[in-house]
Structure formats: structure tokens, C-alpha cells
Design a protein around this ligand. Structure first.
Ligand code: ATP
Ligand code: MG
Length: 433
């Protein structure tokens, strides 16, 4: 598998300095992985989004490494490494708090013995786990701008696909025949929209037309992959832009059919979502944590309310909360597989809304100490912004967090006795600002 020398001859090589990539920006873990691979006689290059983002002056947070070593050869080189296999085998190397994904070079579909490749009738690639050379690996990547390899030891960028030129000219170009590449993997369409939203690149007309053409193939994509891609769309400081891009290309009804129905019914639903996405972008820009559960809690909130309202059995009690939530998740699941670890937090956020509104004396302390309090409180503030609840309630929760113990006690004692303690009232409408 040591085609490095002959293959590299065909590539353009640039010094990292001329591309204004500061090697000291490479994380300690990513550097260690590349150095260790190279010291053991293998290639070890950073690849994909991190190289692209550096060249655009952004600060990548996750690092992918490509190598000619097989997973079985990689694993013993590191203290904390494990082989994981989804569509293909990868190695996750852990270093301190970092996780670096190391992938063996793969061949592009059709390059190698065909029994390792499997395609559906529409041309979708179902299996593509054939190892290849560096130049083959460069070919099978999606866009030219994602096909750059950075050797952090030699401080060089290796470019087989003209990615440097395309990056400098802000061109989004698929590698190979675009029609075939979208048919092979419709997720690439969503990735094109993501790069448009994230990087502000224009999608050229021919790709626009193909996105329309392959629109329906998108329905065949695995729901687990769509969870990952949706996460990236909405948790990396370009959530608002991602939302508009998805709407513009009619991807919303495909990704979030229930939400689309609710938006059609009442425009306030989109207002609610956009306010949440603005918050998310602000938080990410400030380096604050964001959790996928919050995003999905927002996106599915009105579908959940509709579920509770239309079904009298589900309109009250904790049981009602769970069953209504399960119905919503079940309807969303064929498109996006929201994992249990996420859906259980969504339910907590939803369930806490009623408790926060009721402010029952005996539950105040528990709510303030609940590990989901912050998320549920932020959610409550959003609901107030669209007039779903009176501002008196979130204001009270805002104030009590700043009080000491005696101040808290006073606030609790001064609470009016709640008259209506029934569960599951529909939201009240009172538009604020
Ligand atoms: P981000 O910075 O948002 O993570 P990324 O381009 O690194 O963007 P990843 O999902 O981390 O996105 O993928 C890493 C690399 O793997 C990509 O840059 C690309 O080279 C390759 N890749 C990912 N998805 C595909 C795909 N569907 N088809 C072909 N290549 C892909
Ligand atoms: Mg990446």
C-alpha cells in the first residue's frame, strides 16, 4: 500500500506557510497521531474540514486523520484507541480530552473489485469499504475543498483535486461527475447546503439543478446518518443560515415533516424556532455548550403540543407527556433517528415546562437543582418570547436564581396559590414584543 511516492508526484504540494496555515493551531492530539503514524513508517495526514477551515481563517474543533495503515495496524500504536465500525471501520484515538478520528485510505466506488461495492438501483452506494491509495482516497471525497491533506510534520498541503484553487475562489465543486456523486450518496446534497450556510459559498447552477433532480432520493438515506448531519447543521454557529438554506431548497418537509405541518398551521412556530437558533448561534460563538436535545425539543415542541391537544388521553399527567412524546418521536424517527440518550432529555425539558409554570412550593428546590433546569428555563424564556406564557413566570425564575437561601424562601412564600393545577393546558397566546 506504499504508493505514496508515485502518487504524490501527481499532486500539487503547497507549503503550509504560503496558505497561511499556522501549524501551531494543530491540536496536540492530532499532531501526536500524525507523528506517531509517520514514525512507524505510515502516512499520517490531517484531512477534510479541518484543513479547509484553517485555510478560510476558521478554527476547526475536530480533526480527521487519513493514513495508509489499516485499523488493525493503527490501534496498537496508541494507548487509548478503539476500532469502531459503522459504514466502514475507523479508529478513534483518545488523547487527554480530545478524540481524533483516523481513517484508512479508501478507494472510490468502482475503483476496486466490485464485490466490495454494492449499489442500489438509483446508484446509491450501499457499501464502500475497500482500502485504496492516497490519490484514490482524494477522489472518493465529496467536494474538492474537502480533499486537501495537511502533513503537519513536513508542513505541506497535498492537493489532488484543485481544492486549493477552488477554496481561494470560493467554489463548491463536487469531485467527479456530480450527477453520479449525488446519486451515490444523497447526503452530499445536504452537505452542499451545509457548506453554503457555513462558508457562504454559492452553489453553482448545475449543482442547484441536480439537487432538485435528486431531491426524492434523499428519502432513502439512513436515519442515523441524518441525525449526525442535522447535528452539524444546527450546532456549529450557522444554525439560522442552515435553516434558511434548508427552507430555500425545500428540504424542511423532508427532514422535519411534523414541524413543517405546524409551521403551515401557524407562523409563530417558525418564529419560535428562529429565536432558538439565534440563541444557539450566539452560544456557540461565545464558546458555551449546546446540546442536541434542546434543538430537537424546540423543533418538535409544537408537534408535541398538537399531539397532546388532539388526544384527550394525552392531555394530562406524566403518562400523557411520555405517550405524546413517544408518538412524536415515532413519527420523526423514519427520517432522523434521534437516539434514546437525546430523546430522554427532550422529554425532561418538555415535562419540566409544566412544573416551572405551576411553581408548586414543594417542587421549587428540586427544580432548581435538577440538572436539566438550565435547559428547561431557557426553553421557558423562548416560550415567553412568542407569548405562550406570561412574562411574570420566567421573570420569577430569573430572579430566584440570584437569591441566597433566605431570599429564595421569601420568594417561595410570597407565591400566589395556584388556582389551576391541572396538567396539560394548551399554551396561552399573548404576544410579547
Ligand atoms: P465539518 O468541519 O463540519 O466537520 P467536514 O467536511 O469535516 O465538515 P465531516 O463529516 O467531518 O465533514 O467529514 C470529514 C471528511 O470526510 C469530509 O471533509 C470529506 O472529505 C469526507 N466526507 C464526509 N462525508 C462524505 C460523503 N458523504 N461523501 C464523500 N466524502 C465525505
Ligand atoms: Mg470534520
Amino acid at each position: 500500500m506504499s504508493e505514496k511516492i508515485s502518487q504524490v508526484v501527481d499532486a500539487q504540494r503547497y507549503s503550509a506557510d504560503t496558505l497561511e496555515i499556522d501549524i501551531s493551531d494543530v491540536s496536540e492530539g492530532a499532531m501526536l497521531v500524525c507523528e506517531t503514524l509517520q514514525n512507524n513508517g505510515y502516512d499520517g495526514y490531517l484531512v477534510g474540514g479541518c484543513v479547509r477551515d484553517w485555510m478560510l481563517g476558521l478554527h476547526p474543533k475536530d480533526f480527521d486523520v487519513a493514513t495508509n495503515a489499516t485499523p488493525e495496524q493503527i490501534r496498537p500504536l496508541f494507548k487509548r484507541a478503539r476500532i469502531i465500525g459503522r459504514r466502514f471501520k475507523l479508529v478513534h484515538v483518545h488523547h487527554k480530552r480530545e478524540m481524533i478520528e483516523v481513517a484508512t485510505y479508501r478507494a472510490a466506488p468502482g475503483d476496486k473489485a466490485s464485490q466490495h461495492h454494492k449499489q442500489s438501483e438509483s446508484g446509491r452506494v450501499l457499501r464502500d469499504n475497500v482500502y485504496g491509495s492516497l490519490s484514490e482516497d482524494a477522489c472518493r471525497r465529496d467536494f474538492t475543498i474537502n480533499s486537501l491533506y495537511l502533513d503537519p510534520v513536513a508542513k505541506q498541503v497535498i492537493d489532488y483535486q484543485g481544492g486549493v484553487d477552488d477554496l481561494q475562489n470560493r467554489r463548491l465543486k463536487l469531485i467527479g461527475d456530480p450527477d453520479t456523486r449525488f446519486a451515490e450518496d444523497p447526503v452530499r446534497m445536504l452537505r452542499a447546503l451545509r457548506f453554503k450556510a457555513k462558508l457562504g459559498f454559492v452553489i453553482p447552477d448545475d449543482l442547484e439543478a441536480l439537487i432538485e433532480k435528486h431531491h426524492d432520493h434523499f428519502r432513502d438515506v439512513s436515519n442515523a446518518r441524518l441525525f449526525d448531519e442535522t447535528f452539524k447543521l444546527f450546532h456549529h454557529a450557522h444554525a439560522v443560515e442552515s435553516w434558511h438554506t434548508l427552507c430555500e431548497h425545500a428540504f424542511l418537509p423532508m427532514l422535519f415533516p411534523l414541524t413543517e405541518d405546524e409551521i403551515e398551521r401557524d407562523e409563530i412556530v417558525e418564529d419560535f424556532i428562529l429565536r432558538a437558533l439565534e440563541n444557539t448561534d450566539r452560544r456557540v460563538a461565545q464558546g458555551k455548550p449546546v446540546i442536541p436535545a434542546f434543538f430537537f425539543a424546540v423543533i418538535l415542541w409544537h408537534a408535541y403540543l398538537a399531539e397532546r391537544n388532539k388526544n384527550p388521553d394525552l392531555s394530562s399527567g406524566r403518562e400523557g407527556v411520555y405517550r405524546a412524546a413517544e408518538n412524536v418521536f415515532r413519527a420523526q424517527y423514519p427520517v432522523i433517528a434521534i437516539p434514546k440518550r437525546v430523546s430522554s432529555v427532550i422529554i425532561e425539558i418538555w415535562d419540566m415546562q409544566w412544573h416551572l409554570e405551576m411553581r408548586r412550593v414543594k417542587s421549587i428546590d428540586g427544580l432548581l437543582e435538577n440538572r436539566r433546569f438550565r435547559a428547561a428555563y431557557d426553553f421557558l424564556l423562548l416560550r415567553q418570547k412568542i407569548g405562550e406564557i406570561d412574562s411574570e413566570i420566567p421573570d420569577w425564575w430569573t430572579r430566584i436564581q440570584d437569591e441566597d437561601d433566605s431570599g429564595k424562601r421569601e420568594m417561595v412564600q410570597a407565591l400566589p396559590r395556584p388556582k389551576d393545577q391541572r396538567r396539560g393546558r394548551g399554551p396561552r397566546r399573548k404576544k410579547v414584543n
